[in-house]
Design a binder for this molecule. Sequence first.
Ligand SMILES: Nc1ncnc2c1ncn2[C@@H]1O[C@H](COP(=O)(O)OP(=O)(O)O)[C@@H](O)[C@H]1O
Ligand SMILES: [Mg+2]
Length: 317
Amino acid sequence: MKLAVLRGGKSAEREVSLRSGEQVAKALRARGHDVTPVDLDGGTWNVLRDGAFECVFNALHGRLGEDGTVQGMLELLGLAYTGSGVLASALCMDKSRAAKVMRGVGLDVPEFEELEIKEGVAADVVEGLVARFGLPVVVKPVREGSTIGLTIAKDVDAVASGLVLAGRYDRRVLVQRFASGTEITIGVLATPEIQVLPTLEIVSDNPVYDYDAKYTAGKSHHIIPARIPEAARAAASDAAARAFTELGCSGMARVDIIVDADGTPWVLEVNTVPGLTELSLLPDAARAAGIAFDELCQRLVDHAVGRHRRHVGPGAK
Ligand SMILES: Nc1ncnc2c1ncn2[C@@H]1O[C@H](COP(=O)(O)OP(=O)(O)O)[C@@H](O)[C@H]1O
Ligand SMILES: [Mg+2]
């Protein structure tokens, strides 16, 4: 097949996406496909329109890539593409609105408040937040990834500076109750049958599972399955599948969860284009389920092509 792999882009996660795209391109070439890597820029529309691609593999992370915008472009171009559609992509990028949907269907989401940062935040507002959520408290931009702009604040001053930091990435900022427990992530495939991948526990050398811990080899470790009781594993897997379905995801997603001492799975977020290097979380969980990386990429392409055909209908151009 003639395939394009979209990678890079303009988000804060550009470097990660370049790596994801490179690995995906390599895997698809190994499968015998004719693969063109495309770094998203102003000329991308023309490259995709004129490229006669049978499918576009989207390996873009973050805004202007994972958030529905590129999916909209691909819809307009009439091209098959991997992963979720416009609505689910946009919804999952917005941690605040996604959390409201998940809470609405009864999933456990740590309590939060959204603030709009204009010119700093008054001291009494910060104190009010600390009184409501306690310490530590999490401060993060609504629409960002890879732990960029996130603070786990242990005192009032750290909350104030965390708000300023998060506000640099997005004027919409979340202040969220800290969930204490075992950090896990669960990959979900739907190509189209739903397959919940094994639970993956993340053990990080850094106190927070931050950008450095995520992308420096050896600074975080994956334990599959997660070391939590069987009942908690089942509850977390069920929560991941429900989050995926209720948010309307397609193809694949990875659901970040903290499992507390009672076994409650607190859902943090759903990533519609999770990291796709061979060392990344979802590919690792897929491998544990017997799905090699090239097979994973192939399945996502096949699903995209099938979905596009059904959507366009037989006989259509
Ligand atoms: N409410 C929370 N309680 C405890 N830890 C959190 C919470 N929110 C985020 N974290 C920590 O920060 C990391 C990144 O947060 P997350 O919401 O997954 O955003 P992203 O991965 O998009 O930056 C998580 O993997 C977790 O380690
Ligand atoms: Mg995350």
